[in-house]
Ligand binder design. Structure first.
Ligand SMILES: Nc1ncnc2c1ncn2[C@@H]1O[C@H](COP(=O)(O)OP(=O)(O)OP(=O)(O)O)[C@@H](O)[C@H]1O
Length: 326
């Protein structure tokens, strides 16, 4: 099957004017400018299959937004190849723009002083969506996002979470097949984050759309993505399942036991990471987890035992630091 998104050795280098501090430096910089090259994206390759939801992760400044902008045709690559639904994004063909969308959590496209419904009409005209299809899409989005009342109020009177839902509806009226979502849940409270990701999952299921999602909230990633592409300094550090990410970057598991006799020292079994009230957590190499658990149960009166992988946040953090020292 042809991938929906195909990225090969993608690069973007920005040329930024350098200037020292101070007035003298400002004057000198007018005469003779010095430039520095910033390799924001430095050879990124990956595919996204039709209907696949992929998390695109990385620390601040890793190159995520720059990549998404190139994929949606807002920026011209310095090098490499991109193909999305068979189109070259940088050409910004109408046929292409009508099949994708870019949602940026920290930018708004809705007009501030008018109700979202009126902005939806504008989008209908821009995308030349036939009236019956527009109505169907609009009504479906309004229902799924539960924004029937909100879309009649001026956007400036909406809360952040309400506005984000209206933004997402506006971005999906033309029923795009590829969604680039850049921090769509940023700043939203936990409940609103949850509803929005439930919606993305439902849109993906109903319309078989491909989704490339960046988020600093791992709950979004865990709920939506079977696969993640992790980048740092413009390069791919990891591409695969969340489970494999954990296996690769976190070779430990945590065994937590509830002891019948509080105060027992378990440091002989592994690194004690938490202890109190008869509850002790120890970290052990994954390959030894079951053997250590067995020995613990044999040696002590244990009333409860759980084995856990580390939180995905910690795994990602380890992936980043591994990338930095590589
Ligand atoms: N227009 C620009 N001109 C110069 N440098 C830029 C420009 N846009 C981005 N950069 C630089 O490119 C690098 C990657 O930025 P980008 O916004 O793609 O990162 P990001 O992974 O999206 O980060 P964040 O998680 O903070 O949003 C950064 O060092 C940034 O300062």
């Amino acid at each position: 099957m042809e991938p929906a998104i195909r990225v090969r050795d993608l690069r973007k280098t920005f040329r930024v004017a350098e200037r020292d501090a101070g007035l003298g430096a400002s004057v000198r910089s007018l005469v003779r400018r010095r430039y520095r090259e910033v390799a924001a994206v430095a050879g990124v390759s990956f595919d996204v299959a039709p209907g696949e939801v992929v998390g695109f992760l990385g620390p601040n400044g890793a190159g995520k937004t720059t990549t998404l902008k190139m994929l949606s045709g807002l920026l011209h690559p310095t090098g490499g190849e991109v193909s999305v639904l068979g189109h070259v994004p940088a050409r910004r063909e109408k046929a292409y723009l009508g099949r994708i969308t870019l949602v940026m959590g920290n930018r708004n496209q809705l007009q501030w002083d008018i109700p979202a419904l009126d902005s939806f009409e504008l989008n209908r005209a821009v995308y030349r969506i036939p009236e019956p299809e527009f109505r169907r899409a609009r009504d479906e989005l309004v229902e799924l996002l539960e924004i029937g009342d909100l879309v009649r109020k001026p956007v400036r009177t909406l809360s952040l979470g309400e506005r984000m839902k209206a933004e997402v509806a506006a971005a999906l009226l033309h029923r795009p097949q590829v969604l680039f979502l850049d921090e769509p849940t940023i700043g939203l409270d936990i409940g609103a984050q949850k509803r929005l990701r439930g919606f993305v999952a439902e849109y993906n299921r109903r319309h078989g759309a491909s989704v490339l999602l960046t988020s600093h909230y791992m709950a979004d990633v865990q709920a939506l993505c079977q696969r993640v592409v992790v980048i740092d300094k413009g390069q791919v550090l990891f591409d695969g399942g969340l489970r494999q990410l954990t296996a690769r970057f976190s070779p430990h598991q945590t065994i937590t036991v509830q002891l019948a006799e509080p105060g027992t020292d378990l440091s002989a079994f592994g690194a004690v990471v938490e202890a109190g009230e008869g509850r002790v957590s120890i970290q052990v190499p994954k390959a030894e987890t079951s053997a250590v658990a067995g020995r613990l149960l044999a040696a002590h009166a244990v009333t409860d035992l759980t084995i856990e992988d580390p939180p995905i946040e910690d795994v990602i953090e380890q992936a980043f630091s591994a990338g930095r020292t590589a």
